[in-house]
Design a protein around this ligand. Sequence first.
Ligand code: PXG
Length: 292
Amino acid sequence: MAQLIYLDGELVEREQAKVSVYDHGLLYGDGVFEGIRAYHGRVFRLDEHIRRLERSAHAIMLDIPLSHDELVEATVQTCRANDVDDGYIRMVVTRGVGDLGLDPHKCPKPSVFIIAANIQLYPEELYEEGLSLITCSTRRNSPSSLDPGIKSLNYLNNILAKLECTNAGVAEGIMLTNAGMVSECTGDNIFITVGNELVTPPVEAGILDGITRAAVIELARDEGIRVVEKSFPVTEVYTADECFLTGTAAELVPVVRVDARRIGDGKPGPMTKRLLNRFRELTRSEGTPIGE
Ligand code: PXG
C-alpha cells in the first residue's frame, strides 16, 4: 500500500507530496512542527501537541489555515489512511511560497502537511542498560534570540549539538544555557533524582516545554514524589542518584553515564523504572481514537 501524506487538504501519495524550493520553510527554516505518537489506535495528547503548535505559530506570526478541530481531524484521517495504530506523526506548517527575500509577508499561503509512519521502536535494551551522554559545547539558543519554547523548523542549534554527540559516539547530549546551566538535550528533556526528589530545569530557563515532560511531572506528583523545577549545573547531574530523558520518541529513557562519570550505581534506577512503567500505562489508557 502506498503511503499517503496529508498536504494542504488532500491525501497524496508520498512521491507526489512535494513542497516548492521557494517555500520559506526550506529557504529559512521559517515554520513550526510537532512530533506526535500513536499508541494502540489512539493519538497520545493530541490536543496538547496541537496547542503547542498553535502557540509556536502565534509566536512567529504564522496563521495556520486550519482550526484546532480541523487539525485533529486531519491527523486522525492521515493515520487511518495509512493503517497506523502505533506510529510516529510529523505535523508541519511552513510559511509557504515567497520570493528570495526574508519577508514572510510575501508568503500568502502557509503549507500544512502531516506524515504518519510506522516507527522504528528504540530497542528494549536501551531501557534496560541506559544511555551515555556528553555535555555539548554548543549552547542552547537563548530565549532572547530564538526561544527554545518555539518548536520551529530552525533546528540547526540542536543539529550542531547532535553532531558533537555522534562524533563522540553517543546518542544524546546535554545542552547548557548561556549561563552555563543544564537546559535540555538535543531532542529530549532531562530529569535527575536526588533522594526522593525529582529535579528538572524550568521552562523559563529556555527549553522546549515537552509534552512527555509534563506527563512525567503529573505522574511523579501522583506517586507522591516531590518535583522541583530549578536550574542546576552539570555537576549535579554527575552526582545525582538517577538521570533520565523524556521525549515523544524516547518516552522515558535512563541515563547511566555523563561525560564518562557513572550516574548512581551505573544502572537504571528505581524511580526511573517506576515512572517509565507509569508512563507506559498512561499511553495505553488514553488518547484520541483513530478508528471511526
Ligand atoms: N526538547 C527538544 C529540543 C525537542 O526537540 C523534546 C525536548 C521533547 O518534547 P516532547 O514534547 O516530544 O516530549 C523535543 C522533541 C527525534 C525528534 O526524531 C525528537 C524531537 C523532535 C523531533 C524529532 O528524535 N523531540
